[in-house]
Design a protein around this ligand. Structure first.
Ligand code: BG6
Length: 476
C-alpha cells in the first residue's frame, strides 16, 4: 500500500478493541447465569467450540482490563449476557450478574477506558426461547424492554455509549448459521416478521436509553460488507445494489429514516410476504432516533448479475480454515456474489480489503450523516506460541495498519469517525471456528481440544497497537 498522506485522527478519538459475552466470558454456569441457546449449540453443533470456559474473562477480567490499560486503550466494546442479568422467566434480576458487570465497568472507568456496551450479541436466553420462540414471537418485545431497562438503570451512570442488537442484518441474512431461523417453517418469508420484531426491540432500547441514561447515546451495529460491481456492465451495478439492499441498506435506512424503504416494500409485495406490522408499530419505530452508527467491517464482496433463469446456488461459508471452501451464491433475478481477483484472502476466504473500510465510512456518511465508530474489524488466523515463548503475528499488524490508515483517509475525506475497536482484545471463540480462528491482540493459552492454563501472552500486534495509540494514530 502506498502511503501518500499521514492521516490525522481527532483529539479524543476512542482507541480500543471489542468482544462479546458468550465468546469471551466463560463461567456459563456461575454467578447465577442460566444457559443461552448458543451454549447448547456450542456443545453439540460443530464447528462451534464449547463456550463454557472460552477465554475465561469472567475470572480474568481484572487482568484483562489491566492489559487494556497497559496498551493505552481509551475504549472497550463488550456485550452483556441477558441470561446473566435476568436468568429466568420470572423476570427476577440476578444481583451476582449485576455485580459482575458493575465490577468490570468500575475497573474500566478506573483505568479511564470508556465502556461501549452491546445489549444483545447472539446469546438468546433459553428461557426466552422456550417462552416465546426467541425472536419469532412478539412476546419478546416486552421482556427485551424490561431487560434493557435493567441495564440502563444499573449501568447508565457510567456507560454512555450503548449498542442495541449486534448485526441484526447478518442474523437475518445468515439466519440458519446464526440460529435465528430455529423453529421457522419458511425462513425466506418468516425472516421479515422476525426482523420486524427485532426492529421493535431495537426501537424500545433506543427510546429507553434516551429516557433513562443521562447523556446516553445509542446506535445499531450493522455488519457491513461493501459490495463492488464485478464489471462496468450496468447489470452488474444493479446486482451489486440489490445485494447491498438485501444484506444491509434495508436495515440502515430503517434505523435512520424510521420507515421501511421502497425497495423492501416492493420486495415483500413481489414475494407475497407479510412482515406482521401492527397498528402502532411504526409510531414506535419513528420515536427511536439513533445517535450514531457502530460498524462491524471485515471484508468486501463482489456483486454480479444473476439472470432470472440462472440456477439457484446457496452461499456456503468456509468453516474449516482451509482456503477455497467458500461458495459464492447465485440468487436468480437478484444478484450473485463472486471472488475478487484484486484482493488477498484469509484462510477462511475472507477478502483482505482495507479500501473497503474507507468505502464503507464514505458510503454510510454520505447516506446518513451520523457519527460512526468501528466496533469490529480484524484478522482471523491459525496461531500458536513460538519456540521463543512469544506470538508473532506480522500479518495482523499489516492488516490493522492498512485498515486504520483507511479510517484516517475517510476522516480526511470529511467523515465523522469517533472510535476504532477492532475484534478482538484477547483471543476468544470465533462464531464458526472456536479457538482455531484467533483474532486477539493478546493470546489466550488454550485450545478447542484441551483447556490449558489460559495464560495471557501479548502478541507482537499488542505492542504495535500500543505505539499507534500513543501517537493517536500517527506512528506508522
Ligand atoms: C462478527 C460477529 O460478525 O464477526 C462476531 O459480531 C464474530 O461475533 C466476528 O466473532 C468474526 O466472525 P467469526 O465467524 O470469524 O468469529
Amino acid at each position: 500500500m502506498y502511503y501518500k498522506e499521514n492521516p490525522v485522527f481527532p483529539e479524543g478519538f476512542m482507541w480500543g478493541a471489542s468482544s462479546a459475552a458468550w465468546q469471551v466470558e466463560g463461567g456459563v454456569s456461575e454467578g447465577g447465569r442460566t444457559p443461552a441457546i448458543i451454549d447448547l449449540n456450542s456443545k453439540k453443533k460443530k464447528p462451534y467450540a464449547d463456550n463454557s470456559i472460552a477465554a475465561d474473562h469472567y475470572h480474568h477480567y481484572k487482568e484483562d482490563v489491566a492489559l487494556m490499560a497497559e496498551c493505552g486503550f481509551s475504549s472497550y466494546r463488550f456485550s452483556l449476557s441477558w441470561s446473566r442479568i435476568i436468568p429466568n422467566a420470572d423476570g427476577r434480576v440476578n444481583p451476582e450478574g449485576i455485580a459482575f458487570y458493575n465490577d468490570l465497568i468500575d475497573e474500566l472507568v478506573k483505568n479511564k477506558i470508556e465502556p461501549i456496551v452491546t445489549l444483545y450479541h447472539y446469546d438468546m436466553p433459553v428461557w426466552v426461547d422456550e417462552k416465546f420462540g426467541g425472536w419469532r414471537n412478539r412476546g419478546i418485545i416486552d421482556v427485551f424492554d424490561e431487560y434493557v431497562r435493567v441495564c440502563f438503570e444499573n449501568f447508565g451512570d457510567r456507560v454512555k455509549y450503548w449498542l442495541s442488537i449486534n448485526e441484526q442484518n447478518m442474523q437475518i441474512v445468515y439466519g440458519h448459521w446464526l440460529g435465528v431461523s430455529k423453529g421457522c417453517e419458511d425462513w425466506e418469508k418468516d425472516k421479515w416478521s422476525v426482523n420486524h420484531i427485532m426492529n421493535l426491540c431495537h426501537a424500545k432500547a433506543v427510546i429507553a436509553c434516551h429516557e433513562m441514561v443521562d447523556g446516553g447515546k445509542i446506535g445499531p451495529v450493522p455488519g457491513y460488507v461493501p459490495i463492488y460491481p464485478e464489471t462496468c456492465n450496468p447489470l452488474d451495478q444493479i446486482a451489486a445494489m440489490n445485494a447491498e439492499e438485501l444484506t444491509e441498506k434495508i436495515w440502515n435506512d430503517l434505523y435512520v429514516h424510521r420507515e421501511y424503504n421502497g425497495f423492501v416494500k416492493k420486495f415483500w409485495k413481489d414475494n407475497d410476504i407479510d412482515p406482521g406490522i401492527q397498528e402502532g408499530d411504526m409510531e414506535l419505530i419513528r420515536k427511536a432516533k439513533i445517535d450514531f452508527f457502530a460498524l462491524n467491517c471485515y471484508r468486501s464482496n463482489v456483486g454480479k448479475d444473476a439472470p432470472p433463469d440462472s440456477g439457484f446456488r446457496e452461499l456456503a461459508l468456509n468453516k474449516s480454515g482451509i482456503k477455497g471452501e467458500f461458495v459464492y451464491p447465485n440468487y436468480p433475478g437478484q444478484y450473485a456474489l463472486a471472488a475478487n481477483p484484486y484482493v488477498e484472502t484469509t484462510d477462511w476466504d475472507w477478502e483482505i480489503d482495507p479500501v473497503a473500510m474507507r468505502y464503507m465510512l464514505r458510503y454510510v456518511w454520505d447516506h446518513y450523516q451520523l457519527p460512526m465508530m468501528i466496533t469490529e474489524n480484524g484478522y482471523g488466523a491459525h496461531e500458536s506460541v513460538d519456540a521463543d515463548g512469544k506470538v508473532h503475528d506480522p500479518k495482523r499488524i499489516e492488516f490493522l495498519r492498512e485498515q486504520i490508515y483507511q479510517v484516517g483517509l475517510a476522516i480526511s475525506d470529511g467523515c465523522e469517525v469517533i472510535g476504532y475497536n477492532p475484534w478482538s482484545f484477547t483471543d476468544l471463540l470465533s462464531t464458526g471456528n472456536g479457538m482455531a480462528k484467533r483474532y486477539g491482540l493478546v493470546y489466550v493459552n488454550t485450545t478447542d481440544e484441551e483447556v490449558l492454563d489460559l495464560r495471557r501472552i501479548r502478541k507482537d500486534s499488542f505492542y504495535w497497537y500500543s505505539e499507534l495509540i500513543k501517537s493517536n494514530g500517527s506512528n506508522w
